[in-house]
Design a protein around this ligand. Sequence first.
Ligand code: ASP
Ligand code: MG
Length: 406
Amino acid sequence: MELIVAKFGGTSIGNGRRIKKAARSVVKEYMKGKKVVVVVSAINKTTDELLQIVDEAMEDAVTEKQLAEIVSMGEMTSVRIFSSAIEALGVKSEYIDPFMDEWPIITDSNLLNAKVDFEATEKKSKELLKLLDQGIIPVVCGFLGRDPNGYITTLGRGGSDITAFLLGHCLKADEVIIVTDVGGVMSTDPNKLQGAKKLDKISVEEMRDLATHGAQVLHPHALKYKDPDINAKIIGFEHGDLSAPGTEIIGPSKNKMVKTTTLNPEPISVVAVVGEKILNKPGILAKLTSKLAENSINIIGISTGQNSVTIFVDKKDADEAHRLLHDVVIADDNLSSLSLGRDIAMITISSPDFIDTPGIISEITKPLRDNDLNIVEISSSQTSVVIFVDWNDGKKAYELVRGVLE
Ligand code: ASP
Ligand code: MG
């Protein structure tokens, strides 16, 4: 029997009519023979309103425990209303909140920005399966958690997306559906640029980068729990139909789900181009990179500073890159000189956990510091850290870094 997790954002349950529409869309899937777990946010802007009231009433005098309990009322209310709305349509439903035995989401005690205890949650979430087997539609509070002391915690603003993907993962759901106020993911923010188009598909990797850079369609941490085998999509609430196409979220590719540390087998060369105030002059990066592109030289990495651009290329391409870029430097008054550096080792460390692990970079770099290994350059994204060291230090650095993750 197919199992879906449907998450309704605040706007999609923003008033009574919308809640009725949402409840109907859930019951419609249930009638097709699917098991449905519902996750809801607080109605409309309830969370913002509660936070503002608290702020006006007592500013900083509120404790974390009090604040978590107060904001939790948003989701405590919406689950009760949503569950009743399902029952009004003649289908059995139960709301699930953190005070109940069946509550699945277990976290640490960082009350307002709690981290999920995945193992405990996976175990507890099986309780929901029992309800589903009895033909009941559980309606779970998004955004909330419970710590080992039984205190209410929150997963941080926008956290109900995390709840949905986490439950989808733990229950091995067939699909996670995020119902929101835009019809899916757009090519850019339609309020900022005309001509924005809805995308049919987007990969987890692209979605994550979009989300971390400000697109507010989905909480970036939610995708950590996106299993490649679980379908996921974002749809608009106005359809009142969970089968609406929306934007499908694809992936992640399987190897992106695991921790890996790799040492590039070949040395890498670095070419540093310097000039005064490079970053204030339009087109300099384009001149440098297009010269390499025209000559089929692949750029492995690039970093920019006020007065320099550092370009990493394969060692075999280094001499040619050096020569080509020298021509650019000579022809451009803004650029003064360039240098071809020594052989560099590149170590790539990837893990889906990096995104919500504070201090991961210092953890990775600590053994290098302790062993007096110099880092030439470091760059990081949501799920990977790339470290460049002297080629001669490569093997040792690789072993040290690998030790950190194991
Ligand atoms: N109600 C919470 C918030 O507004 C959580 C959520 O909507 O995802 O941040
Ligand atoms: Mg949201």
